[in-house]
Design a binder for this molecule. Structure first.
Ligand SMILES: *[C@@H]1O[C@H](CO)[C@@H](O)[C@H](O)[C@H]1NC(C)=O
Ligand SMILES: *[C@@H]1O[C@H](CO)[C@@H](O)[C@H](O)[C@H]1NC(C)=O
Ligand SMILES: *[C@@H]1O[C@H](CO)[C@@H](O)[C@H](O)[C@H]1NC(C)=O
Ligand SMILES: *[C@@H]1O[C@H](CO)[C@@H](O)[C@H](O)[C@H]1NC(C)=O
Length: 468
């Protein structure tokens, strides 16, 4: 299912602009599309049938792209007579507010929308809910998260309380309540309207913002490690990547392991490449990482027992047991069930001396760095802030941040630090460290090598990056 493609940087499809020249190409595309869709459905059906596997098919969601001409195929779907736009990045009226996703919050009888907002623009929002074919308007309340790092834009949670008149709306649109002449132009579906009887996923990894990404080998190593650790879903907020990385994403999406959420905020807001405005300019912290993390927590709140909020180059590895599945019950016994779990960050620089033990010759031609070669860590300064990441029951979370949780349903402490000998985070990256640093050998990652190597090789073969 993996096709070859030449190296180039791909933007999210939703960033593409339509042109009249493309119309005839579009028709051919639709024909091919039908055939491939049919083949794909047949393939999935056969796979399910043959393996009795529970792969979930990924349904691509419409994006905020300008509508392409497909009137000859189907009418655009509507709710309460209004066009549906699933986003993400739905602009609210003429405000500098961009909604990523809207979710039922069963804890509070509210619909919550995660949004990127201009912090200077003081507004009140109204919610229009589509409820049994009728528009129902309520007043919203919202909070801007405090972790905006001084950038003009920040993350907001906008809540639409539900009343007896409308307990189970299907769609929502936000408006500025100060402007009564403003009418809504689109509706967004409300996700998580139903709570599944059992969690479809035990562990979902939230990868906030894939940007200019080209490291095929690191992506495949990460996905296969996540799988070995017990994750059954990885949500990737993708701005752009090259066509080889896209091929790998398609491979995992087809198998139901990855959900790609198009992350197109840079079309509307100038994103920063860092967290310090004076160093890396822009209007929004680090590619919009924080709203992406919050969106992921809500998106998987009732779909996943736990969410892991970390980057692709970070691996939370337990000791004594092999998987998160075995680790979590132990953590809940040790620390209780009301906290998020913090895992200490440890850095493994690609600039350290490579160890050749798990060097795989076949992988040499694939772009990226084999993390199994770098098994020396930089000692942590006990007095410096540690860039820990968390695994948490998403139903505890009100506001997530990069390192931990800003707010949960529990008062007081929100997270607890897991003893570093129970589990810690392995962060493999190309970083420089002071010359006189005494690196510490730590090859815990090798405990996964015998399973990881054949799994990675198979994906690289299936995708045509190496020959079988
Ligand atoms: C859309 O496509 C149909 C059929 O090809 C054509 O008749 C119509 O003019 C097109 N509309 C626009 C807005 O391009
Ligand atoms: C009210 O909304 C309409 C439609 O979006 C817009 O044209 C108008 O400028 C807005 N007025 C104010 C005062 O914001
Ligand atoms: C809901 O409101 C929109 C405009 O705000 C209008 O276009 C639509 O027809 C309304 N739907 C119903 C069912 O009243
Ligand atoms: C790591 O970064 C250095 C410069 O900071 C660069 O010369 C080197 O090629 C990089 N290595 C990898 C594996 O990306």
């Amino acid at each position: 299912m993996c096709s070859r493609g030449k190296y180039e940087l791909l933007e999210s499809e939703s960033e593409a602009k339509p042109s009249s020249k493309r119309i005839s190409a579009l028709k051919i595309f639709y024909v091919i599309g039908f055939v491939s869709a049919f083949t794909f459905i047949a393939f999935i059906y056969f796979q399910d049938f043959a393996q009795n596997a529970s792969w979930q098919t990924y349904e691509p969601k419409p994006t905020d792209a300008p509508p392409t001409n497909r009137t000859f195929l189907e009418e655009a779907p509507t709710a309460c007579g209004v066009i549906i736009n699933e986003g993400p990045m739905i602009k609210v009226g003429d405000l500098n507010t961009y909604v990523t996703g809207s979710y039922m919050d069963h804890r509070f009888r509210e619909v919550k929308s995660i949004a990127i907002v201009n912090r200077q623009q003081l507004v009140t929002y109204s919610c229009v809910l589509c409820c049994n074919g009728k528009n129902v308007t309520t007043l919203a309340h919202y909070a801007i998260h405090s972790d905006h790092f001084g950038f003009e834009y920040g993350t907001a949670t906008i809540a639409c309380p539900l009343n007896d008149e409308c307990l189970k709306p299907t769609h929502v649109a936000l408006t500025s309540s100060a402007n009564h002449s403003e009418s809504i132009t689109s509706f967004q579906s409300i996700m998580n309207r139903d709570v599944p009887a059992a969690f479809p996923h035990q562990f979902t990894v939230c990868i906030s913002v894939m940007y200019d990404y080209t490291n095929v080998l690191n992506l495949v190593e990460a996905m296969e490690m996540f799988r070995l650790l017990g994750a059954t879903r990885v949500a990737i907020y993708r701005t752009n990547c090259d066509s080889n990385v896209q091929k790998v994403l398609d491979y995992y999406v087809e198998r139901g392991f990855v959900e790609v959420i198009p992350w197109t905020i840079k079309k509307h807001v100038q994103v920063s490449r860092g967290w310090r405005k004076d160093v890396s300019g822009g209007e929004l912290h680090y590619y919009g990482q924080i709203p992406a993390l919050n969106d992921c927590v809500y998106r998987y709140m009732y779909q996943s027992r736990y969410v892991a909020l970390h980057d692709m180059d970070e691996l939370i590895l337990p000791f004594g047991v092999k998987t998160w599945t075995e680790m979590l019950p132990n953590l809940e016994k040790m620390y209780g069930t009301t906290f998020g779990f913090e895992f200490e960050n440890n850095q493994f620089p690609f600039t350290s001396k490579a160890n050749r033990r798990y060097d795989v010759n076949d992988w040499e031609s694939v772009r990226g760095t084999n993390i199994l070669k770098y098994i020396q860590r930089v000692p942590n300064d006990p007095n410096a802030f540690n860039n820990f990441k968390v695994i948490v029951n998403p139903r505890l979370v009100l506001m997530a941040t990069v390192h931990g949780l800003l707010d949960t349903v529990n008062v007081g402490k929100h997270t607890v630090r897991v003893n570093r000998n129970v589990a810690r985070m392995y962060h493999s990256k190309n970083l420089t460290y002071p010359l006189n640093t005494n690196l510490i050998p730590d090859n815990h990652l090798w405990d996964y090598a015998d399973e990881l190597i054949p799994a990675v090789t198979k994906v690289l073969q299936d995708c045509g990056f190496i020959t079988g």
